[in-house]
Design a protein around this ligand. Structure first.
Ligand code: HEC
Length: 397
């Protein structure tokens, strides 16, 4: 019964997380585009303190956006703030983390061969990982180092890289990728809550009190907003990565993750430049070539592994018996593994015909150590090698 409620809780918060996330990322992409696409206003508008102007058509109406250099001449009666999108995305994300990784820590959070074995220690480590990461970022962004753009970018990249490596040592491979995404998402929500919104409040207070606003907090808020902008694409990648065991299950998964984060953040750079009128397609080409090289390197390695494996062939009967013991306990219409009420991922493995049809997907899941989930069934390395060997034969038929 408990597993049934966890499933419901999980589906509802995942759905809400997606909706709020779309609202947040959508709004930030829109404002980044808006800010970078503003045109020089006419003299009349300039005289009113307007810094940039933009016309657009949407949903059958013409819109005119204007950006003021400082405060508008008359204060608007309603001023819209963008902050709840960020907060609700973070809150639903945290609930989803609880639903998947804390309530089912044994299956999802801890993994074979990692530093942490105990699920409760895993939960504590997860909280510490996210909190300490936020603290380090906040210390960096508030330090004088933030004035040195290149040095700061280097330090931030190094820090995220180290967290990628650390996460893959602490948590199961799937949880590791998700934790890097959750950390970056937490930093982004923190940027809104701890930097951008307070700076905007100060600005509004100063203007309403008839004083000149202090440009310092505004400059710091802008910087945080730029960081958020570069984090967007990598975070979204981390969030969908849990569907791709061939990536997070790789032996050097932390390096794969660093490469993908670097490539996607770099691709974001193209769009940032283009909004400013600098169209440098070579950035996209370089990012694409880097992706090709990465996929080529990963593919070549799989090929090499295949050549090297010298495991004994197992008969069909023995392979089906292995699947029965190590997979069908969960992957059946009525799973016997506690905590499961329906076949996970909709995959059934108690029928030989169906098994043969899904051999390719099973192969990736077993090859990357993703399955059996958390190795709850205690599959030995030899059994794994035999099953891989058999599944490869069935896939190549
Ligand atoms: C302890 C329960 C459990 C066991 C045992 C188990 N699985 Fe799974 N399996 C799951 C869960 C849960 C999911 C869904 C995970 C997700 O959403 O990423 C899943 C998903 C999968 C998927 C889909 C992954 C994808 O997205 O392509 C495959 C393939 C798979 N399992 C194969 C296997 C094979 C093969 C075995 C036996 C060697 C096995 N599983 C044993 C729980 C289990």
């Amino acid at each position: 019964m408990e597993a049934y409620f966890v499933d419901w809780f999980s589906v509802i918060v995942r759905w809400l997380h997606l909706i709020t996330g779309i609202a947040w990322i959508g709004a930030s992409l829109h404002f980044a585009w808006l800010d970078n696409s503003l045109e020089e206003p006419d003299e009349n508008k300039k005289a009113q303190g307007i810094k940039g102007d933009l016309w657009s058509i949407h949903g059958g109406g013409i819109y005119n956006f204007t950006k003021y250099a400082m405060a508008p001449p008359a204060w608007p009666s309603v001023l819209h703030w963008s902050k709840w999108e960020a907060y609700t995305t973070w809150i639903t994300g945290t609930l989803l983390m609880v639903a998947v990784y804390y309530l089912q820590a044994q299956s999802y959070l801890v993994g074979p061969g990692k530093w942490i074995v105990d699920p409760n220690v895993g939960i504590a480590a997860s909280l510490a990982f996210l909190l300490s990461g936020l603290v380090v970022y906040e210390a960096l962004v508030r330090s004088p180092l933030r004035h040195q753009t290149l040095l700061f970018a280097g330090l931030l990249t190094l820090f995220i890289g180290l967290q990628c490596w650390l996460a893959t040592k602490l948590f199961s491979d799937r949880a590791a990728f998700l934790h890097v995404g959750a950390l970056m998402g937490t930093i982004m929500a923190g940027n809104v809550f701890l930097g951008i919104i307070p700076a905007q409040k100060k600005f509004v207070e100063a203007v309403q009190a008839g004083q000149d606003p202090d440009p310092m907090p505004a400059a710091m808020a802008k910087q945080r907003s730029i960081h958020n902008n570069y984090f967007t694409l990598p975070v979204l990648f981390c969030m969908i990565s849990n569907h791709y065991p061939f990536l997070y299950g790789h032996a050097y998964n932390w390096a794969v993750l660093i490469a993908i984060i670097a490539i996607t953040a770099y691709a974001r750079h193209f769009f940032n430049l283009r909004h400013r009128g600098v169209v440098d397609y070579s950035i996209l080409v370089k990012a694409f070539v880097a992706f090709l090289l990465l996929s080529g390197a990963l593919g070549y390695e799989r090929y090499e592994q295949k050549q090297a494996s010298g495991v004994m062939d197992v008969a069909d009967g023995a392979a089906f018996a292995l699947i029965d013991t190590h997979c069908a306990v969960c992957h059946s219409q009525t799973p016997t593994q506690p905590g499961f009420v329906a076949p996970p991922a909709g995959m059934l493995m108690d029928d030989r015909h169906v098994i043969l049809q899904s051999a390719a997907r099973m192969l990736t899941a077993v090859q990357t150590d993703y399955m059996p989930l958390g190795n709850l069934t205690g599959m030995t390395a030899n059994e794994r090698a035999e099953l891989i060997n058999w599944l490869e034969k069935k896939t190549n038929l």
